[in-house]
Design a protein around this ligand. Structure first.
Ligand SMILES: Cc1cc2nc3c(=O)[nH]c(=O)nc-3n(C[C@H](O)[C@H](O)[C@H](O)COP(=O)(O)OP(=O)(O)OC[C@H]3O[C@@H](n4cnc5c(N)ncnc54)[C@H](O)[C@@H]3O)c2cc1C
Length: 495
């Protein structure tokens, strides 16, 4: 424990040195989270405020990837007082034109981050959720879903156009002073055996920083650096693919379907080895359909233009309403759905590289949690980093982030596979039993999980009830109480 006091002294010496304009000692000495926590003690007594607390000393942070995860992390780290740059390979910030379900665990973060108010005018808030047998019968309906969500979780469940969300996050990040380097593809990363980092892009530019956040998605170059170009660093096909469709009201002439789109709801159709989901976007001006079917893409192909006729044929025995919607489709792509072996760590040994989002926990989109959980990652990381005052504290902070996020991220991945098992049952006795359970509705006492986890009294609360900022705040509070417990002993030991 004597080490604690000496670390405290070191810390206060460093602070004085900084004030005198001296160059910071860049060596990370502590190797265990506990000893690093001790190093972090004096500064980690702040409470997390609703606007996010901000550090006295800025860390420089390079985020690779301006997907929803990278943008969320950029906002959160900038709100925490750090100096943030996002390096993105795309020429401009423009997500592909498809829908995204933002569940309360994600929307509460958008509220916290104060994304531009105009964003909320673009969303559709579904009033009811339906689960249909594939031929059309409604097996389960949850009414007043919108009001129930707000009442239960204090934040809305909204269906959004990805581009709207990405633009809103981008604008907010710019407002907070985040720098963007677009059209820069990161090709190499130098993090091993050093406390700072340097990365190089295809154009030959190098960017250095105290910390790199790998938010570069499923095919992450940062992960390749971390694990080496090994089979473990590669995504694994889940066996399913997704057709993604967006129709505007102008595309749809059938008045019944136009009414369906104008009155936001979520519909699932569940069938043997496949399911479909449909929901409105942009205040009922657009309709998003995702069809989830067995993967027929060649092993190396991640995305391909698909045959509309082939897609329609796959659903020719499904609900006529769904088929009518599919009749309006004139072009469609199919996307291979991948996951990955769980990583041992999300932080490297040097504590200068950390992962979030699809780069470390890609999942099936069957619970709409990929983007939502990447926003959670960014919120936790930024909140924890807002309490970091110097690089020596990074190790503790990043280990805390990993401890909070890895287990949850991986549990969500597993739950997406459980949802597939329930939604994709082939016709037979287990499917008939599942349908009975759905028709009866969720019953807390008798269920391990309701076959639609979207409405499940056990799964839904741990997914939607999670407050990433509060969880991170609790973790930071633990550091302070640990400091209080350790400090008297440390002083005593040195007397
Ligand atoms: C059909 C489908 C439906 C889905 N629906 C939902 C849903 O409703 N709700 C939900 O929460 N999730 C959903 N998801 C999942 C969600 O889209 C992803 O989990 C989420 O977008 C991951 O965000 P990310 O920022 O981690 O990665 P990405 O969005 O993949 O972003 C990574 C970024 O990094 C950039 N990049 C990559 N490599 C480099 C490099 N070397 N240098 C520089 N930049 C680089 C990329 O250009 C990209 O901008 C769905 C997924 C699919 C396939």
């Amino acid at each position: 424990m004597g080490v604690v006091l000496s670390l405290l002294r070191k810390h206060s010496d460093k602070k004085k040195a900084r004030k005198a304009g001296a160059i910071m000692d860049k060596t990370v000495n502590s190797t265990s989270p506990v000893s690093a926590a001790a190093a972090a003690i004096p500064e980690m007594t702040k409470t997390v405020t609703s606007s996010g607390s901000s550090s006295d000393e800025q860390l420089s942070i390079n985020i690779v990837g301006a997907g929803l995860g990278g943008l969320g992390a950029a906002i959160s780290c900038a709100m925490g007082g750090h100096n943030v740059r996002v390096i993105e390979q795309a020429k401009e910030i423009s997500e592909i034109g498809a829908g995204l379900q933002v569940t309360p665990n994600g929307s509460r973060l958008l509220q916290h981050w104060k994304v531009p108010e105009a964003f909320w005018g673009t969303v559709a808030e579904p009033m009811d959720v339906y689960v249909h047998r594939y031929a059309g019968e409604v097996l389960y309906r949850e009414q007043d879903f919108n009001t129930r969500m707000r009442a239960k979780y204090g934040a809305p469940f909204v269906d959004v156009h990805r581009a709207d969300l990405q633009q809103a996050l981008y604008k907010r990040a710019l407002e907070l002073g985040v720098t963007f380097s677009l059209d820069e593809r990161v090709v190499s990363l130098d993090v091993a055996g050093r406390t700072d980092t340097s990365l190089t892009t295809a154009s030959g530019k190098t960017f250095s920083a105290d910390l790199v956040i790998g938010a570069d998605g499923l095919w992450s170059q940062c992960r390749k650096t971390f694990l080496g170009d090994t089979p473990r660093s590669k995504p694994i096909p889940t066996g399913d693919l997704a057709y993604r469709i967006v129709l505007t009201l102008n595309d749809i002439t059938d008045e019944d379907l136009r009414q369906w789109v104008r009155n936001p709801t979520v519909h699932f159709w569940i069938g043997p080895g496949a399911h479909a989901v449909g929901y409105s976007l942009r205040n009922g001006d657009m309709y998003n359909i995702v069809l989830l079917v067995p993967d027929t893409l060649p092993g190396t192909v991640a995305k391909e233009k698909a045959s509309v006729e082939e897609m329609q044929a796959l659903f020719s025995s499904w609900d006529p309403t769904l088929q009518r919607f599919l009749g309006y489709v004139d072009s469609v792509d199919k996307w291979k759905l991948c996951h990955m072996e769980e990583l041992d760590h999300w932080v490297n040994d040097e504590a200068n590289l950390v992962f979030l989002g699809d780069a470390c926990h890609p999942m099936l989109p069957y619970l709409a949690q990929g983007a939502n959980s990447s926003l959670e990652d960014g919120a936790v990381l930024g909140t924890i980093l807002s309490h970091v005052k110097e690089k020596a504290q990074l190790r503790t902070a990043l280990h805390s982030y990993e401890a909070l996020r890895k287990q949850r991220g991986e549990a969500i991945v597993r739950e997406t596979f459980a949802q597939r098992a329930d939604f994709h049952m082939v016709d037979g006795e287990p499917q008939a039993k599942r349908d009975e359970v759905l028709r009866a509705g969720p019953r807390w006492e008798t269920l391990s999980a309701f076959p639609s986890r979207w409405n499940c009294p056990k799964v839904q609360p741990w997914l939607y009830g999670y407050d990433a900022i509060a969880e991170a705040g609790k973790e930071v509070a633990k550091w302070s109480s640990q400091a209080k417990q350790e400090a008297p002993v440390a002083i005593h030991a040195n007397l």
